[in-house]
Design a protein around this ligand. Sequence first.
Ligand code: ASP
Length: 323
Amino acid sequence: MSTIRVLGASLFLVLAANAGAQQYPTRNISMIVPYAAGGPTDTVARVLGQAMGKPLGQTVIVENRPSAGGILGPEQVKNAKPDGYTILIHHIGMATTPTLYRKLRYNPLTDFEYIGLINEVPMTIIGKPQLPAKDFKEFLDYIRKNKDKVSYANAGIGAASHLCGMLFMSAIQTDFLTVPYKGTAPAMNDLLGGQVDFMCDQTTNTTSQIKSGKVKAYAVTSAKRVASLPDVPTLAEQGVKGGEVAIWHGLYAPKGTPKPVLDKLVSSMQEALKDQNVRARFAELGADTFPPERQTPAALQQHLKAEIEKWAPLIKKAGQYAD
Ligand code: ASP
């Protein structure tokens, strides 16, 4: 093939890709959730995805790629075609897995494009309905006395529930048996059924169960009490230091997604987060929407980097790793 024909063919490909990017989106978009359907990450994805569909003019379909620790979802998105039709929603696990896993098959800092920060969600320490403890003090006594018997449910190494449990164990200097699930939706089912004793999970999954009295709430892990759960005290209020953690969510696309496509994803996410119904639903679930200046690619990139640096020494100190 002559040089001119090769150049002509490449120019055609570039022009075609640009034209495609300008028309984007012309079909449904998949938002990958790295945990089970019905759980807290899934809940945030469904509220956001539905609202993003309006400005995008297409349906955002939430697809669950559950795995313990949530590490298969980011891998799937890293390997997806960078055309804007596959995006990832993920939480703090994006910042903890690089330290927790010796062999992670994606790099959160180099394999993705950033869309923006979504919201921040507190966590709650809850127990199965049959637990005898009426308050945090009794709960602490109970799990300390029964540390060889009690079981703690989490969504695997890298999950928010894992991080919260790890901090809690270290703060109260008591180890207990952990039972991993592919998300805290199935973990909640087992907790309600009494098969596991307690867990720490986002308010997006626990608020309605706490309010309806189906689980026992012992503490929130945020610095302040949560407006939607005013009667649940913080860990610090109860004298436990070092258990503070808040979960944040971000939206990502595969590395190499064209700029015009990314711009549309950014503006649709920002548009969705202005929606009063979205904000009200998040607030009802205890989640705080990030302010507009943080709903940006630069803010997500900066936050992710800072969080990787923040959690690395704490994880190393706790000595918890996976391959
Ligand atoms: N709450 C889970 C976690 O611990 C994730 C989920 O099921 O959405 O990370």
